[in-house]
Every structure is written in C-alpha cells, then in structure tokens.
Ligand binder design. Structure first.
Ligand code: GDP
Ligand code: MG
Length: 177
C-alpha cells in the first residue's frame, strides 16, 4: 500500500507462540517497551504491540501478537494466527517439556497459515545457565532440521531480544519485497 507521500509502507503481523510461562509476554514487553515483569500474570487486555523499524529507508511496522494465556488450555484460536507472516516459537531452556512442545506449536502454526511465515526458534531464559535443561546444540539442531532461525534470548537481561525480533522482521521484508 502507499502512504500520502507516495512511498511504500509495510505492516507485518507476527505471533509469539510456545508453552505457558516460557517468557512470551516478557519478550514482547522487553522489545516493545524495554520492560521486564518478574511476576507477570497471563496477559490481560492488550492483544498486540506495534513496533517500527527502518529497513532500506522504509518504515516497517511489526504488529506483534501475544496470547492472552490461552496456550494453557491448548486453545489458541485461528484468529490469533490469521494473517501472520512471522512467528517466534519460544521454549524455556530450563524446562525440557517446553522444548518437546515445539513441534506441536510448529504443526499448529502450519495448520493455520496459508502463506510463507518467517519463523524463529527462541530458547528463552539463557540467563539461567546454572539450571539449563536444553543445550544450545539441541536448539540449533532442531531449528536446522525444521528450517527455522535460532537464537537464545533473555527477556530478563535483554540478551538477543531486539536481534531476534529484527531478524524475523527483516526476513518478512525480504519475503515480500
Ligand atoms: P508467558 O506465559 O510465556 O507469557 O511467560 P511470561 O512472560 O509471563 O513469563 C513467565 C515467568 O518467567 C515470569 O515469572 C517471568 O518473570 C519469567 N521470565 C520470563 N522471561 C525470563 C527470562 O528471560 N529469564 C528469567 N530468569 N525469567 C524469565
Ligand atoms: Mg503471556
């Protein structure tokens, strides 16, 4: 679409998925507002946050969706996925069960998407090295076999959070431009 100056503008929908308590809401609040909440409850109210970045001199807006805690009931709706062109699939490096769930989340994403989706596997809570339960190599290897980008992040200390979102946004931009 075109803005009033005649230039192009971009708006990309990105979804964050993964098991409960892996840090999805905190990754988004770290990226969009540079905030971390140690006692976060299930998201209430806000469905998404919009964040802009500049690529090739163009303003690219990412509309990033967070679940309202529905993932606990394995009932993330198709409306949540509708129109998504990017996804962060998040697990917690200190809980192997959340890593084991990744393939189920990928299946669900595939079921609900009708287009190319730029996908990043995110191993969150890398600040908790002393209680790590999933190795970096396991994350990398799963990402490679599924054709995903991969990054370990910490929403707590902000490691790689901006990078993870920006890689996805740039990949979407490459897919559409
Ligand atoms: P969600 O259910 O996936 O949205 O997860 P939340 O963002 O609500 O986070 C669940 C819990 O993990 C909260 O207590 C957070 O404070 C904590 N948490 C989230 N990200 C990190 C992180 O990177 N490191 C650590 N140590 N804790 C985190
Ligand atoms: Mg949440």
């Amino acid at each position: 679409s075109s803005d009033e100056e005649g230039g192009e503008e971009y708006l990309f929908k990105i979804v964050i998925i993964g098991d409960s308590a892996v840090g999805k809401s905190n990754l988004l609040s770290r990226y969009a507002r540079n905030e971390f909440n140690p006692h976060s409850k299930a998201t209430i109210g806000v469905e998404f946050q919009t964040q802009s970045m500049d690529i090739d001199g163009k303003e690219v807006k990412a509309q990033i969706w967070d679940t309202a805690g529905q993932e606990r009931f394995r009932a993330v709706t198709s409306a949540y996925y509708r129109g998504a062109v990017g996804a962060l699939v998040v697990y917690d490096i200190t809980r192997r069960s959340t890593f084991d769930s990744v393939s189920r989340w990928l299946d669900e994403l595939k079921t609900h998407s009708d287009t190319t989706v730029a996908r990043m596997l995110v191993g969150n809570k890398c600040d908790l090295e002393s209680i790590r339960d999933v190795t970096v190599e396991e994350g990398k290897s799963l990402a490679e076999s599924e054709g995903l980008f991969f990054m370990e992040t910490s929403a707590l200390d902000a490691t790689n959070v901006k990078t993870a979102f920006e890689i996805v946004i740039k990949e979407i931009y490459n897919n559409v431009s």
